[in-house]
Design a protein around this ligand. Structure first.
Ligand code: GLY
Ligand code: MN
Ligand code: MN
Length: 429
C-alpha cells in the first residue's frame, strides 16, 4: 500500500529528483511531558512509519528509492519510551532500501543531493535542514566547474501528495467505514447519557470510552458536547456544564482509526423528545442537510452542496420568523449569515480538515468518485440576539455526515446514526 503510493509519487517527480520528507517530532505538552505522538499525515501516507523523528528520502536518479533516517535501537531508551524499529527494522518492516541513524542526516545531505536536478522539500518546517539544504546547493554552485550541478528548483511535494490523498483508495474507504461504525456506537452511548442533570463531560467520556474500547486511537479532534446555548459556540470544547431537560445537546465527535478521521455531528433532545422551537429549528436544519446530500454527486461542486443548504435554511429562517423578506433576495445578500456562518463541507481523510485543493484554475472543482467530505449545515441563534424571539435564543443545531462520492452519487458513511426526530427519539429510548 505505502510502496504503491511511493511508486505513484516517484512517477510524478521526474528524473533526477530527490524528495525529502520530514516526519513529526514529539510535541511538548508541559514541563517534561509530551503529547501522545501522532505521525505527520503525509509521512504516514507514504511510509507507514509511525515513529518520531524520522526523515524519508525518495529518489528517482537510480539510487535507492527509499532511504529512511530513524532513531536507532537503544535498549535503555526503549525501556522508558517503548519499541523502536531502528535501522534494521526500517529496512525489514518498512521497505526502506537503505536506512541510517537520524543524526547522520545533516552530514549525509550533500551526498544525497549530488546530481539531483530537482529537490522536493517543504520549506519552513525545520530551519536547520532548510539552512543546510540552501548552503549545500550554494556550495555545489561554487564547485560547478568540477562538474557538480546544483538543483535548479525546490518543489513543494504537497501539491502532488495532497492531490493523491484527496482520492481515497478502497482500503482507505474500508478504514473510514469502520471509523464511522465506531463513531455511530459512540454517539449512541453518549446519547444514552443525555438526561437533565448530566454533565457535558459525562457524554464526552462515553464517546472517548467507546472510541478506545473499539480500538480507535481516540477522538480525531477534541469532542464538542454543547448543551443549551453552548451549542451556538462552534468549537465549544469546555464540556463542563449541566444539561437541562427540554433543551438540546450538540455532539460533534468522531474517532480516529488507523490514522483516518470520522467527523459526525448530531443534535439530541435532552430527556429524549424534541419540543417546541427546538424541534422547529431542528427540522429546518435536517431539511437543509437532506437537500445538500441530494446535491452530493459526481460533477457537482461543494459550493453547490453549500448553496442547497443555504437556500433551505434561509426559507426556514423566514418561516420561523427569524428573517423577513423574500428568501431568494435574502440568500443573495447573505442575510442568513448571523445564523449560519460556516461552510457546509470540507474534505475528510487522514486529517479532519483534510488536504486537497477546493478549486482548480480558479473554478470550484467538480466532485469525482473517491473524494470524501462532510455535509454539515447548522443554525445557531445567539443567546443575546435581540432581533430573535426569546423562545429561539440560544438554540444551536448542526447535523453532519461523512460521504464518499461514487460513480452514481454518493455513499453516506455515517447514515447509521439516526437523524430524523422520531428515529433519534426511538434510539435514545
Ligand atoms: N469537527 C470540526 C468540523 O466539523 O469541521
Ligand atoms: Mn464536526
Ligand atoms: Mn466537519
Amino acid at each position: 500500500m505505502h510502496a504503491e503510493r511511493r511508486r505513484r509519487f516517484l512517477e510524478t517527480m521526474g528524473r533526477n529528483a530527490v524528495a525529502i520528507l520530514i516526519g513529526a517530532r514529539p510535541a511538548r505538552r508541559s514541563a517534561d511531558t509530551d503529547y501522545p505522538f501522532r505521525q505527520d499525515s503525509d509521512f504516514h501516507y507514504l511510509t507507514g512509519f509511525d515513529h518520531p523523528n524520522a526523515i524519508a528520502v525518495l529518489r528517482t536518479d537510480g539510487g535507492p528509492s527509499l532511504t529512511l533516517f530513524v532513531e536507532p535501537r537503544d535498549p535503555e531508551a526503549e525501556t522508558w519510551t517503548g519499541y523502536r524499529p531502528g535501522v534494521e527494522g526500517a529496512c525489514r518492516d518498512y521497505g526502506a532500501d537503505e536506512a541510517h541513524a537520524g543524526h547522520a542526516f545533516l552530514e549525509m545531505l550533500p551526498k544525497l543531493l549530488e546530481g539531483a536536478g530537482r529537490v522536493h522539500h517543504v520549506l519552513g518546517r525545520d530551519a536547520e535542514i532548510d539552512a543546510k539544504l540552501v548552503a549545500t546547493l550554494e556550495e555545489f554552485r561554487l564547485r560547478s566547474r568540477r562538474g557538480i550541478v546544483p538543483a535548479e528548483t525546490i518543489v513543494d511535494p504537497r501539491a502532488v501528495l495532497h492531490e493523491m490523498r484527496l482520492f481515497k483508495e478502497p482500503g482507505e474507504l474500508d478504514i473510514m467505514r469502520q471509523a464511522a461504525a465506531i463513531t455511530a456506537e459512540a454517539h449512541r452511548e453518549a446519547a444514552r447519557v443525555a438526561r437533565g442533570g448530566s454533565f457535558e463531560y459525562e457524554l464526552e467520556a462515553a464517546l472517548g470510552y467507546t472510541f478506545r474500547r473499539r480500538g480507535a486511537t481516540g477522538p480525531a479532534y477534541p469532542s464538542i458536547v454543547g448543551g443549551g446555548r453552548n451549542a451556538t459556540i462552534l468549537h465549544y470544547v469546555t464540556n463542563d456544564q449541566k444539561l437541562e431537560d427540554g433543551s438540546l445537546v450538540l455532539i460533534d465527535a468522531g474517532c480516529e482509526l488507523r490514522g483516518y478521521a470520522s467527523d459526525v455531528t448530531r443534535t439530541y433532545p435532552v430527556g429524549g423528545s424534541f419540543q417546541g422551537p427546538a424541534r422547529a429549528v431542528y427540522e429546518v436544519v435536517l431539511a437543509a442537510q437532506e437537500a445538500s446530500l441530494e446535491a452530493a454527486r459526481p460533477g457537482a461542486t461543494l459550493p453547490q452542496v453549500h448553496e442547497a443548504s443555504v437556500r433551505v435554511l434561509t426559507e426556514g429562517l423566514v418561516e420561523l420568523g427569524l428573517l423577513e423578506g423574500d428568501p431568494a433576495e435574502l440568500v443573495a445578500r447573505e442575510a442568513y449569515r448571523p445564523y449560519y456562518m460556516h461552510q457546509t463541507s470540507h474534505w475528510l481523510g487522514l486529517d479532519v480538515h483534510d488536504v486537497g485543493n477546493y478549486s482548480v484554475d480558479g473554478e470550484p472543482r467538480r466532485l469525482e468518485p473517491g473524494m470524501v467530505f462532510t455535509v454539515e449545515p447548522g443554525l445557531y441563534v445567539p443567546a443575546d440576539d435581540a432581533g430573535a424571539e426569546t423562545r429561539f435564543r440560544g438554540i444551536g443545531v448542526r447535523i453532519e455526515d461523512d460521504v464518499v462520492v461514487t460513480a452514481e452519487g454518493h455513499e453516506n458513511l455515517t447514515a447509521a446514526i439516526p437523524k430524523h426526530p422520531e428515529d433519534v427519539e426511538a434510539w435514545m429510548r
